[in-house]
Design a protein around this ligand. Structure first.
Ligand code: FMN
Length: 354
């Protein structure tokens, strides 16, 4: 199936502008969402033997998940599960719907298996998205865990960002299996300022305490909170942030978001401004994961994301210290059956449980 995609479907999609191709792919996946028969058919072509991983109190049928950004509006979580993904992260969602940055805002670099995007959190808004999840993929009736990735609105000043995160946390609490606090998109002005010491500690503390309050009110367990970080911060900042997150009761960290650096390759300097993803991000993300593993004494779960374009790249990321993996850009280059290939290739690898 991967070779059909590469030889026949990809050349057609790559003739279209990247965002139109993305919209067409998403529309196809959304159509399948509504048809049990189509999803069963897809499943018959995928590797779906479970290889369970238990991490942050959740049970994942395998280690590979869909990264945030692909299904921003939760339109096809069931189809993603049928393709073999062991978890699905939707979003980034913001308090109100927003249209994102002006187009064009997504660019392909096939020679490097890379993308650059400056989407800017285009999404339907948390209220609409939570209603959609509640209707189509409700908690308690899921085949794979659903993560909800939350962010701040474009208009919200950075000094009030915590209001947006708290709002989205409250709205998402009852439907999310885990919630990701995204402080690392390069395409929302000043968002990465939240990595600074003066912002991060009160933000994380506040989120943890609201999470506990909500759990008490609803007589449920607190939802695992993950922090998605930037690969462009210096290691001292990263150490400070992940150690605080761990200490304050976060369940793990997602490393990493896209990069604004052009990673010491002259050809990348001509790339469009925005967040770079795919193969050129792999080493940077692996080094970050190794560092986080070390400074957290190898007992703070890491979701590794960035450039997992082959089984070897997946193994490298796990060897660097990741417990779970996520992909986005490799789907564009390798197609919808690539997750199944990756999961199959990981089946003999020894599991690492935290
Ligand atoms: C078009 C596009 C949109 C994205 N949107 C989001 C987003 O809304 N929130 C987020 O946390 N990450 C977003 N990401 C980042 C991915 O989740 C992931 O961290 C990054 O692309 C690296 O993984 P990859 O090399 O497998 O793509 C986006 C990535 C791309 C390519």
């Amino acid at each position: 199936m991967n070779h059909i995609y590469r030889n026949f479907i990809r050349p057609i999609l790559f003739k279209l502008n990247p965002e139109n191709a993305h919209d067409i792919a998403c529309r196809c996946l959304s159509l399948t969402e509504k048809s049990n028969f189509s999803r069963k058919l897809i499943q018959s072509f995928t590797y779906n033997k479970p290889s369970v991983v238990n991490v942050f109190g959740l049970s994942f049928p395998n280690q590979l998940g869909l990264a945030a950004g692909m299904d921003k509006n939760a339109r096809f979580p069931k189809t993603s599960a049928s393709l073999g993904f062991g978890h699905v992260e939707i979003g980034t969602v913001t308090p109100k719907n927003q249209s994102g940055n002006t187009k064009p805002r997504l660019f392909r670099y096939p020679k490097y298996n890379a993308l650059v995007n400056r989407m800017g959190f285009n999404n339907d808004g948390v209220d609409v998205i939570i209603k959609r999840i509640n209707k189509s993929y409700p908690k308690g009736n899921r085949t794979v865990p659903l993560g909800i990735n939350i962010g701040k609105s474009k208009q919200t000043d950075i000094s009030n960002a915590h209001d947006d995160y708290i709002y989205c946390l409250k709205k998402s609490h009852s439907e999310a299996d885990y919630i990701t606090i995204n402080i690392s998109s390069p395409n929302t002005k000043n968002l990465r300022e939240l990595h600074r010491d003066s912002y991060i500690k009160p933000l994380l503390k506040n989120l943890v305490s609201v999470n506990l309050e909500l759990a008490k009110q609803n007589k449920s367990s607190p939802v695992p909170l993950l922090l998605k970080i930037s690969p462009d911060e210096n290691f001292r900042t990263i150490e400070n942030i992940v150690c605080q997150a761990k200490e304050l009761g976060f369940s793990g960290v997602i490393a990493a978001n896209t990069s604004t650096e052009r990673l010491h390759n002259e050809s990348f300097e001509s790339f469009e401004p925005g967040g770079l993803s795919g193969k050129p991000l792999a080493d940077k993300s692996n080094n970050l994961i190794k560092f986080i593993s070390k400074v957290t004494n190898y007992n703070f779960p890491i979701v590794g994301v960035g450039g997992i374009g082959s089984p070897d790249a997946a193994i490298k990321k796990l060897d660097s210290g990741a417990t779970l993996l996520q992909i986005y850009t490799p789907l564009v280059y390798e197609g919808p059956f690539f997750p199944s290939k990756l999961i199959h290739s990981l089946k003999h690898r020894k599991k690492k449980w935290i």
